[in-house]
Design a protein around this ligand. Structure first.
Ligand SMILES: NC(=O)c1ccc[n+]([C@@H]2O[C@H](COP(=O)([O-])OP(=O)(O)OC[C@H]3O[C@@H](n4cnc5c(N)ncnc54)[C@H](O)[C@@H]3O)[C@@H](O)[C@H]2O)c1
Length: 379
């Protein structure tokens, strides 16, 4: 499965099908696509919610024949050159269907919840995983700077996560739930994926695994990979006050260079603003990234570099208002029109599933839970 050079003229906009019209579609993707009419034209929509389909369809002038309640119907109807998958839950099956239809496909994180699902996609270069922070100019600059620095001694991550409602207060469109029959089918599929990933520990850690580890902490894992490599081990992890519904998680592990990773994630009910910090410390100084809420388009990530200079301390700051999601869409357009491998591949998504399973295993050990499924042998 590889991208078709038939799309490669670049002279006409890429006809895009959007699958999933929830918060990230309406706050981020649809506004950004609308800014690039020469590159993208949304010609088909898919969501379980009729209200969202009609609301977005009317705004984007997508005719009724381009509005679909399921992905198979969208693919059968045709009229799209590429797909962007923004549904909740695992994205692996949607990615597989789109790729089987020959469509270059951008799927939001996480790629999937189980290794079994993503193994069905292995080697598929039609699928780009939506790790937008890798396109953030501050992250790219940090990667360049680290290449010329001593080996990291330690990487520290801290995430301070207020409720989503605060971050989405500016969202204009309605939020609706799927019909009860569809919701119970989705719940059953999710329960089966958690069980496959974690075995008996899914009972207590299933939500923590899918919603916190693969839902939020995955962002930090792929940034850490870009800066210092994938964790080799996760030695210890704890979740509190309740491992089944944690508001805090702390973990530590080792990185390929021998550096240690420590990560703290806190969901804070009344914290004033989303904040995410990734710091790399070495013998001579530090390279630190501070990310704002992803929903604040163009709010700069701050890159701060501290070094010794003239017997004292010198620090410099880099900020760019180039939007990471927009850069990601440009890369997707290039991939869809020029072919080749995407920058963020199925393998990257798979590696983060492995790390989240290592974390779940460490949590199970810490909390006296029996682990099974894929996580028992992950790593
Ligand atoms: N990169 C980021 O910073 C970032 C930020 C937010 C969300 N996300 C990711 O984007 C995805 C969507 O997040 P959201 O906050 O918009 O979620 P949401 O719950 O607001 O919206 C999801 C939408 O998908 C629809 N949907 C679910 N299953 C479907 C199916 N099988 N077929 C068709 N439609 C379906 C739902 O009806 C809903 O409208 C998630 O995977 C999330 O992890 C990424």
């Amino acid at each position: 499965m590889s991208a078709s050079p038939a799309l490669a003229t670049g002279a006409t906009p890429l006809r895009v099908g959007i699958v999933g019209l929830g918060a990230v579609a309406r706050v981020v993707y649809l506004p950004l696509l609308a800014r690039r009419p020469e590159a993208f034209r949304v010609t088909a929509l898919c969501d379980l919610s009729r209200t969202l389909l009609d609301d977005c369809g009317d705004r984007l002038a997508v005719p009724a024949r381009g509005r679909h309640a399921d992905l198979t119907a969208l693919l059968e109807a045709g009229g799209v050159d590429a797909a962007i998958v923004l549904t909740s839950g695992s994205h692996a099956e949607a990615a597989r269907l789109c790729a089987a239809a020959g469509l270059p496909t951008l799927v939001e994180k996480p790629l999937g919840y189980t290794l079994a699902e993503v193994d069905a996609l292995r080697g598929c270069d039609l699928v780009q995983v939506g790790y937008m922070k890798l396109f953030d100019p501050a992250v790219r600059r940090a990667v360049q700077l680290l290449a010329d620095r001593p080996q990291p001694r330690a990487v520290d991550v801290t995430v301070l996560h207020p409720p989503m409602d605060d971050q989405l207060a500016h969202l204009p469109a309605p939020t609706t739930a799927p019909r009860a029959s569809v919701a119970s089918r989705l719940d059953a599929a999710l329960a089966a994926q958690r069980e496959r990933a974690l075995g008996p520990a899914a009972q207590a850690l299933g939500t923590t695994y899918t919603d916190v580890l693969l839902g939020s902490i995955v962002h930090d894992l792929y940034v850490v990979r870009a800066l210092a490599g994938d964790p080799k081990t996760i030695d210890w992890a704890v979740a509190w006050p309740d491992p089944a519904a944690p508001t805090s998680i702390e973990l530590s592990g080792t990185l390929p260079t021998g550096a240690r990773l420590s990560l703290r994630w806190h969901y804070l009910e009344r914290y004033p603003a989303y904040r995410e910090e990734v710091r790399v410390h070495d013998e001579e100084g530090s390279v630190e990234l501070t990310f704002p809420s992803p929903y604040l388009l163009h709010a700069p990530t701050e890159l701060r570099v501290t070094d010794r200079d003239g017997g004292g301390e010198r620090s410099s700051t880099f900020r760019s208002t180039r939007e990471a999601f927009e850069e990601q869409l440009s890369a997707f357009h290039r991939h869809a029109t020029e072919g080749g491998s995407p920058i963020v591949t199925v393998d990257h998504g798979r590696r983060d599933i492995v790390t989240c399973q290592l974390i779940a295993r460490a949590l199970a050990r810490q909390h006296g839970l029996e682990i099974g499924g894929e996580a028992e042998h992950a790593g």
